[in-house]
Design a protein around this ligand. Sequence first.
Ligand SMILES: Cc1cc2nc3c(=O)[nH]c(=O)nc-3n(C[C@H](O)[C@H](O)[C@H](O)COP(=O)(O)OP(=O)(O)OC[C@H]3O[C@@H](n4cnc5c(N)ncnc54)[C@H](O)[C@@H]3O)c2cc1C
Length: 492
Amino acid sequence: MAKKILIIGAGMAGLSAGIHACRNGYDVEIYEQHDLPGGLCTAWKRKGYTIDGCIHWLVGTRPGSQFNRLWREVCAIEDLEIIDHDIFMSIENRGGKVLHIYSDLDRLEEHLINHSPADELAIKSITGAARVVAKGSFPLEKPTELYKFWDVPLMLFSMMPMLKVMGRLSRVSIKEYLEQIEDPFLKEALSLVMPSGYSMISLISTLASLHSKDAGFPKGGSLVFARLLENRFFELGGKLNYQCGVEEILIEDNRAVGLLLKDGSKVYGDIIISAADLHSTIYGMLNSRYRTAKIDESFAHLPVYSSVQVSLGVNSELSGEAENVVVELDSPITLGHEHNRYLYLTNFSFDPTLAPAGKAVLRATLFSSYEHWAASADNKERYREKKEKLAELVISEVEKRFPAVKDQVEVVDVATPITYSRYTGVWKGSYMAWIVPPEVGRFKIPKELPGLNNFYQVGQWVEPPAGLPGSMLTGRHVIQIICSRDRKTFQI
Ligand SMILES: Cc1cc2nc3c(=O)[nH]c(=O)nc-3n(C[C@H](O)[C@H](O)[C@H](O)COP(=O)(O)OP(=O)(O)OC[C@H]3O[C@@H](n4cnc5c(N)ncnc54)[C@H](O)[C@@H]3O)c2cc1C
């Protein structure tokens, strides 16, 4: 009889683990607290507008790329139309200067050098590194847990051209690396492309993926994408139990044997995989029994990024207007310890499926600490007032940049770190798990806990900053590990 695997959570990691487990002959059931797949990869409807809560860019959208092959194992990504942007982002300062982050590296290089000839060397070192990474590939398929001694030299050999670049750039943060840039606006603009605490290699990899047209936006958005994985899971015979929150992981003799569901019922299986948030898995569902020093220290000391999104349903087409623009504010908006000097604006008119005909969604994103909202989250009225106040402020800023929005706002939706936390249980509303300081090097949380058998944990926290592709990959890897333990050849 097939072994029974119980998976907690139907986010990217849980669905991926479920799909690979089904394909490898296991009997699989996922328990998901909500009635939708995707976890953080989600969207919601407001008066005919789709408010997308997740995807800015999805690595793996170019047919034939390494991540595209991995996505195809878990979903029919080839059925989706992919939207690639020529200009990934435009940064505009108050003095009227504009810098475009072109997806094409040659165009980007020329544009940045035109802006600051004095920084030619530094600019070329960035675009040059991105070209190298764009041509290379990482050995992703095999989990390091299954490496044999000969795999390490093989891995190093396969990554040879990239190693020089990686070594230099993976141990320095974006902020530190950009210190060498002389032109203040160029320095500032490059530090806004992604959170500047991440390692420089994250920025280089993103530029490389954009250049290769491997980081597009799937038409229809995040939930449409998540549904593709749900479909594949069903096609392979998996069972998904929605609105089935898990309260506790049942343990007998240091073996995970089943789940206590929120409705009080119990279910049993041979293997338990938690693809839910790591904090709630360790300190909640496992009652802190198998915590490790690394997990404790990481939650105690490593920072996270969280954001607030103000989405507007606008009775105006907005096509022909800038799509992704970062505008400097006249005065910063402070949300907890985050001082937002810039506002990130996405004009979703590039995907007309997200709004009724002739209308568009415009989203403003700001960094915000979780604590800023947590302080008032228990007081409905205060929390609502805080959201309304922020929305008013944001709308007035949006109108300055997009005058067509004036008096045309039909829907206002504010999603705070509390929203994400309430919806998926994600710790502190974090959107990419911890920000691991680059000097730490490769950081992983083991997928197994010492002293606990038949239990595995996957998802963004075990390999931060995982994002959607990384979370999906942890789900594949765990099934490879389980197959190896069961002496089965992993099938894809
Ligand atoms: C605003 C935002 C923007 C982002 N943009 C991008 C982007 O552009 N590109 C990118 O690659 N990544 C992006 N990310 C990151 C990406 O969404 C996450 O890294 C990824 O979705 C994490 O997947 P996961 O499966 O690890 O966790 P989750 O998505 O958190 O899934 C966990 C699942 O477990 C369920 N669950 C939790 N507790 C229980 C329980 N007790 N019982 C039952 N079910 C439970 C939850 O409901 C959820 O469905 C973004 C994230 C956010 C928030």
